[in-house]
Design a protein around this ligand. Sequence first.
Ligand SMILES: Nc1ncnc2c1ncn2[C@@H]1O[C@H](COP(=O)(O)OP(=O)(O)OP(=O)(O)O)[C@@H](O)[C@H]1O
Length: 196
Amino acid sequence: MLTLNLTEASYVGRQVLGPISFGLARAEVVAVCGPSGIGKSTLLRIIAGLHKNYSGTCDVGGKLAIVLQEPTLLPWRTALQNITLLAGCDETQAQQALTDVGLGDRGSALPDELSLGQQRRLALARAVAAKPDLLLMDEPFVSLDAATADEMMALVERLHARHGFAAVLVTHAENEASRLANRILRLDGQPARLVA
Ligand SMILES: Nc1ncnc2c1ncn2[C@@H]1O[C@H](COP(=O)(O)OP(=O)(O)OP(=O)(O)O)[C@@H](O)[C@H]1O
Protein backbone atom coordinates (compact mmCIF):
# COMPACT_ATOMS: atom_id res chain seq x y z
CA MET A 1 0.00 0.00 0.00
CA LEU A 2 2.95 2.28 0.67
CA THR A 3 6.64 2.07 -0.15
CA LEU A 4 8.78 4.93 1.10
CA ASN A 5 12.49 5.29 0.41
CA LEU A 6 13.65 8.75 1.44
CA THR A 7 17.22 9.92 1.36
CA GLU A 8 16.47 13.37 2.81
CA ALA A 9 13.80 16.05 3.24
CA SER A 10 14.32 19.76 3.88
CA TYR A 11 12.72 23.16 4.44
CA VAL A 12 14.52 26.06 2.69
CA GLY A 13 18.03 24.79 3.17
CA ARG A 14 17.49 23.04 6.53
CA GLN A 15 17.50 19.27 6.40
CA VAL A 16 14.84 17.78 8.69
CA LEU A 17 14.74 14.10 7.68
CA GLY A 18 17.63 11.77 6.80
CA PRO A 19 17.40 8.34 5.13
CA ILE A 20 14.09 6.69 6.05
CA SER A 21 12.62 3.57 4.46
CA PHE A 22 9.54 1.57 5.31
CA GLY A 23 6.60 -0.15 3.68
CA LEU A 24 3.02 -0.67 4.64
CA ALA A 25 0.89 -3.69 3.70
CA ARG A 26 -2.86 -3.62 3.00
CA ALA A 27 -4.85 -2.97 6.22
CA GLU A 28 -1.68 -2.52 8.27
CA VAL A 29 -1.56 0.33 10.80
CA VAL A 30 1.75 1.94 11.58
CA ALA A 31 2.36 4.66 14.19
CA VAL A 32 5.07 7.30 13.78
CA CYS A 33 6.32 8.50 17.17
CA GLY A 34 9.04 10.88 18.28
CA PRO A 35 9.69 14.14 20.09
CA SER A 36 8.08 17.44 19.13
CA GLY A 37 9.62 19.04 16.05
CA ILE A 38 11.45 15.87 14.94
CA GLY A 39 9.67 15.66 11.58
CA LYS A 40 6.63 13.37 12.06
CA SER A 41 4.18 15.70 10.28
CA THR A 42 6.74 16.35 7.54
CA LEU A 43 6.93 12.61 6.90
CA LEU A 44 3.13 12.41 6.73
CA ARG A 45 2.99 15.42 4.41
CA ILE A 46 5.48 13.73 2.07
CA ILE A 47 3.25 10.63 1.91
CA ALA A 48 0.21 12.89 1.30
CA GLY A 49 2.02 14.65 -1.55
CA LEU A 50 1.90 17.99 0.31
CA HIS A 51 5.66 18.35 0.88
CA LYS A 52 7.75 18.06 -2.27
CA ASN A 53 11.18 19.13 -1.07
CA TYR A 54 12.64 15.66 -0.61
CA SER A 55 14.90 13.17 -2.39
CA GLY A 56 13.88 9.56 -2.80
CA THR A 57 10.68 7.80 -3.73
CA CYS A 58 7.24 7.55 -2.20
CA ASP A 59 4.79 5.16 -3.86
CA VAL A 60 1.19 4.99 -2.66
CA GLY A 61 -0.71 2.03 -4.09
CA GLY A 62 -4.28 3.29 -3.79
CA LYS A 63 -6.63 6.06 -2.76
CA LEU A 64 -5.51 8.29 0.07
CA ALA A 65 -7.36 10.34 2.69
CA ILE A 66 -5.99 12.49 5.50
CA VAL A 67 -7.23 13.57 8.93
CA LEU A 68 -5.35 16.54 10.35
CA GLN A 69 -5.08 17.88 13.92
CA GLU A 70 -7.42 20.71 12.94
CA PRO A 71 -10.64 19.22 11.54
CA THR A 72 -10.47 21.56 8.41
CA LEU A 73 -14.23 21.59 7.79
CA LEU A 74 -16.13 24.00 5.52
CA PRO A 75 -17.71 26.35 8.11
CA TRP A 76 -20.64 27.46 5.92
CA ARG A 77 -21.69 23.91 4.98
CA THR A 78 -23.65 21.43 7.07
CA ALA A 79 -22.09 18.27 8.49
CA LEU A 80 -23.77 16.24 5.74
CA GLN A 81 -22.56 18.61 2.99
CA ASN A 82 -19.03 18.53 4.41
CA ILE A 83 -19.07 14.84 3.59
CA THR A 84 -20.92 14.81 0.24
CA LEU A 85 -18.92 17.73 -1.19
CA LEU A 86 -15.48 16.64 -0.06
CA ALA A 87 -15.67 12.85 -0.02
CA GLY A 88 -17.55 12.72 -3.34
CA CYS A 89 -20.29 10.41 -2.07
CA ASP A 90 -24.09 10.63 -2.16
CA GLU A 91 -26.33 11.70 0.74
CA THR A 92 -27.24 8.16 1.76
CA GLN A 93 -23.57 7.19 2.07
CA ALA A 94 -22.80 10.45 3.90
CA GLN A 95 -25.67 9.84 6.33
CA GLN A 96 -24.33 6.32 6.97
CA ALA A 97 -20.86 7.75 7.60
CA LEU A 98 -22.34 10.21 10.12
CA THR A 99 -24.26 7.40 11.83
CA ASP A 100 -21.07 5.31 12.02
CA VAL A 101 -19.35 8.05 14.04
CA GLY A 102 -22.37 8.72 16.28
CA LEU A 103 -23.48 11.91 14.54
CA GLY A 104 -26.49 10.47 12.74
CA ASP A 105 -28.81 13.17 14.10
CA ARG A 106 -26.42 16.09 13.44
CA GLY A 107 -26.38 16.12 9.64
CA SER A 108 -27.88 19.62 9.41
CA ALA A 109 -25.55 21.17 12.00
CA LEU A 110 -22.85 23.63 10.93
CA PRO A 111 -19.30 22.79 12.12
CA ASP A 112 -19.23 25.57 14.75
CA GLU A 113 -22.41 24.14 16.28
CA LEU A 114 -20.40 20.97 17.02
CA SER A 115 -17.91 20.39 19.86
CA LEU A 116 -14.24 19.80 19.02
CA GLY A 117 -14.70 16.06 19.59
CA GLN A 118 -17.73 16.02 17.26
CA GLN A 119 -15.81 18.04 14.63
CA ARG A 120 -13.00 15.50 14.83
CA ARG A 121 -15.50 12.66 14.36
CA LEU A 122 -17.00 14.48 11.38
CA ALA A 123 -13.53 14.88 9.81
CA LEU A 124 -12.91 11.17 10.39
CA ALA A 125 -16.32 10.27 8.89
CA ARG A 126 -15.52 12.38 5.84
CA ALA A 127 -12.12 10.73 5.36
CA VAL A 128 -13.56 7.21 5.68
CA ALA A 129 -16.53 8.06 3.40
CA ALA A 130 -14.00 8.65 0.63
CA LYS A 131 -13.21 4.89 0.88
CA PRO A 132 -9.45 5.30 1.20
CA ASP A 133 -6.97 2.45 0.84
CA LEU A 134 -4.56 4.46 2.98
CA LEU A 135 -5.69 6.77 5.79
CA LEU A 136 -3.19 9.30 7.14
CA MET A 137 -3.87 10.72 10.62
CA ASP A 138 -1.86 13.55 12.16
CA GLU A 139 -2.40 13.69 15.94
CA PRO A 140 -6.16 13.12 15.56
CA PHE A 141 -6.78 12.83 19.32
CA VAL A 142 -4.69 15.77 20.55
CA SER A 143 -6.40 18.24 22.96
CA LEU A 144 -9.41 15.98 23.50
CA ASP A 145 -10.20 15.05 27.09
CA ALA A 146 -9.24 11.49 28.07
CA ALA A 147 -12.76 10.04 27.75
CA THR A 148 -13.37 11.63 24.34
CA ALA A 149 -9.94 10.55 23.07
CA ASP A 150 -10.67 7.01 24.26
CA GLU A 151 -14.05 7.04 22.47
CA MET A 152 -12.43 8.34 19.29
CA MET A 153 -9.73 5.63 19.40
CA ALA A 154 -12.44 2.98 19.78
CA LEU A 155 -14.14 4.53 16.75
CA VAL A 156 -10.96 4.32 14.67
CA GLU A 157 -10.62 0.66 15.70
CA ARG A 158 -14.20 -0.08 14.61
CA LEU A 159 -13.86 1.77 11.29
CA HIS A 160 -10.57 0.03 10.59
CA ALA A 161 -12.10 -3.40 11.31
CA ARG A 162 -15.02 -2.63 8.98
CA HIS A 163 -13.23 -0.89 6.10
CA GLY A 164 -9.77 -2.47 6.23
CA PHE A 165 -7.79 0.61 5.20
CA ALA A 166 -4.06 0.79 5.86
CA ALA A 167 -3.15 3.74 8.10
CA VAL A 168 -0.27 5.90 9.23
CA LEU A 169 -0.89 7.50 12.63
CA VAL A 170 1.36 10.35 13.74
CA THR A 171 1.33 10.70 17.51
CA HIS A 172 3.58 11.55 20.43
CA ALA A 173 1.40 9.43 22.77
CA GLU A 174 2.75 5.92 23.36
CA ASN A 175 -0.65 4.63 24.56
CA GLU A 176 -2.30 5.68 21.28
CA ALA A 177 0.50 4.08 19.25
CA SER A 178 0.50 0.76 21.08
CA ARG A 179 -3.30 0.54 21.10
CA LEU A 180 -3.91 1.26 17.42
CA ALA A 181 -0.80 0.26 15.51
CA ASN A 182 0.56 -3.11 14.38
CA ARG A 183 4.01 -1.52 14.28
CA ILE A 184 5.61 1.57 15.84
CA LEU A 185 8.24 3.60 13.97
CA ARG A 186 10.32 5.97 16.08
CA LEU A 187 12.02 9.06 14.70
CA ASP A 188 15.04 10.59 16.40
CA GLY A 189 18.24 12.52 15.64
CA GLN A 190 19.15 15.53 13.57
CA PRO A 191 18.31 15.00 10.74
CA ALA A 192 15.78 12.45 11.92
CA ARG A 193 16.01 8.72 11.13
CA LEU A 194 14.17 5.66 12.31
CA VAL A 195 15.58 4.31 15.57
CA ALA A 196 14.90 0.98 17.28
N1 LIG B 1 6.73 25.17 6.70
C1 LIG B 1 7.87 25.05 7.36
N2 LIG B 1 8.94 25.83 7.08
C2 LIG B 1 10.11 25.70 7.74
N3 LIG B 1 10.33 24.78 8.71
C3 LIG B 1 9.31 23.98 9.03
C4 LIG B 1 8.03 24.06 8.38
N4 LIG B 1 7.21 23.11 8.92
C5 LIG B 1 7.94 22.48 9.85
N5 LIG B 1 9.19 22.99 9.92
C6 LIG B 1 10.26 22.54 10.82
O1 LIG B 1 10.55 21.19 10.52
C7 LIG B 1 10.80 20.45 11.71
C8 LIG B 1 9.87 19.26 11.75
O2 LIG B 1 8.53 19.73 11.88
P1 LIG B 1 7.29 18.74 11.99
O3 LIG B 1 6.06 19.56 12.08
O4 LIG B 1 7.39 17.74 10.90
O5 LIG B 1 7.59 18.03 13.39
P2 LIG B 1 6.67 17.10 14.30
O6 LIG B 1 7.52 15.96 14.74
O7 LIG B 1 5.42 16.77 13.57
O8 LIG B 1 6.37 18.07 15.53
P3 LIG B 1 5.12 18.14 16.55
O9 LIG B 1 5.07 16.81 17.27
O10 LIG B 1 5.49 19.26 17.47
O11 LIG B 1 3.89 18.42 15.73
C9 LIG B 1 10.62 21.43 12.86
O12 LIG B 1 11.89 21.86 13.28
C10 LIG B 1 9.83 22.55 12.28
O13 LIG B 1 10.16 23.77 12.89
